[in-house]
Design a protein around this ligand. Structure first.
Ligand code: PEP
Ligand code: MN
Length: 332
């Protein structure tokens, strides 16, 4: 249950109520809320005098639900606001991994030249093999910070595990929680304590309910700035790397209040399908796209097969604009 309580209560009183109801307390847009598990269907005695409004739920999709906030929440990706009534589709570009100063500088200059504002590059890569490139770590984060300082882009990078989450929070504008990391409680709890935007990728074997419950950890812990990212799930099909779950996106649009970003790159796994998929995603009216691009994809140290070269990426972006405007959205 979500319970909106009176403004102006002292911290002590709020703490007591929180304890009595075994609830979380959050402040959202200057209003105070207590959140209990969804099993609570009757307003607890302890809050009856201070409760203004309450919402009852079937399950623990609560703070993220459209039943709580019928209008999608607004979230910032760098200087771009998505969600709410903005109808912005932010395009997040960049290589899978930060590999060198030269490579990430070329990527940043390219992103900027297209008028895009958000650069993504992984520094701690969650690889399937220990023998693959694992990322540049802190050195890579410093390169991303340099790109932000020199070119004014916002940067997004992923946390692989909780051991370096503080570094990621310090260096990035948007924290990416990867598909394999989205169950990591250490990461989710740390993300709840910052106010930086958190982009949570759906695990490839994760149900929609589990996916939004990962978001609930961050929301209930006090960070309202959460964005969901569909990046493909595992099905029986092996011809493509994963299967982009557009039905799932329709479900998330209907039942949640979180902005939704789609990642055709990791779903497809091959460069050849990305342009078509990206247009299909944008035609759904979405809040953002994440597409991998590399100055020389063949030499990329991770995800080489799916990264677009700069010409291909530019052609995709140009082709997205009319699709976005046909559904009332703007690529930015
Ligand atoms: C990535 O974004 O480069 C990545 C590893 O993605 P995912 O977590 O979706 O596999
Ligand atoms: Mn990748």
């Amino acid at each position: 249950m979500i319970i909106k309580i009176k403004a102006g209560l002292s911290q002590d009183v709020i703490e007591q109520l929180t304890k009595k109801c075994e609830a979380f307390h959050i402040n959202y847009l200057n209003e105070e809320f207590l959140i209990t598990g969804a099993a609570v269907k009757e307003l607890p005695e302890a809050v009856k005098e201070v409760a203004i409004e309450n919402w009852v739920f079937q399950n623990d999709l609560q703070l993220a639900s459209s039943a709580f906030l019928p209008v999608k929440r607004e979230v910032k990706i760098g200087n771009v606001t998505i969600g709410g009534n903005t109808k912005n589709t932010v395009v997040i570009g960049g290589p899978c991994s930060v590999e060198s100063l030269e490579q990430i500088t070329q990527s940043t200059q390219f992103i900027k030249s297209l008028g895009l504002q958000v650069l993504r590059g992984g520094c701690y890569k969650p690889r399937t093999s220990p023998y693959s490139f694992q990322g540049m770590g802190l050195e890579g984060l410093k390169l991303l910070a340099k790109m932000r300082d020199e070119f004014g882009v916002a940067v997004i990078t992923e946390a692989r595990d909780a051991t370096h989450i503080d570094e990621i929070i310090e260096y990035s504008d948007v924290i990416q929680v990867g598909a394999k990391a989205m169950y990591d409680q250490g990461i989710l709890r740390a993300c709840a304590k910052t106010q930086k935007t958190v982009l949570i990728k759906r695990g490839f074997g994760t149900t929609l309910q589990e996916f939004v419950q990962a978001a609930e950890f961050v929301l209930a812990g006090g960070n309202p700035n959460v964005v969901l990212c569909e990046r493909g799930i595992r099905t029986f099909e092996t011809g493509t790397r994963f299967t982009l779950d557009l039905c799932g996106v329709a479900w998330l649009k209907k039942y949640t209040n979180l902005p939704i970003i789609l990642d055709p790159s990791h779903a497809m796994g091959y460069a050849y399908g990305i342009a078509d998929l990206a247009r299909a995603c944008v035609a759904m009216g979405i809040d953002g796209l994440l597409i991998e691009t590399h100055p020389t994809p063949k030499t990329a140290k991770s995800d080489a097969s799916q990264q677009l070269n700069h010409n291909e990426f530019e052609a995709v972006i140009n082709s997205l604009k009319p699709v976005a405007s046909s559904v009332g959205y703007t690529i930015c």
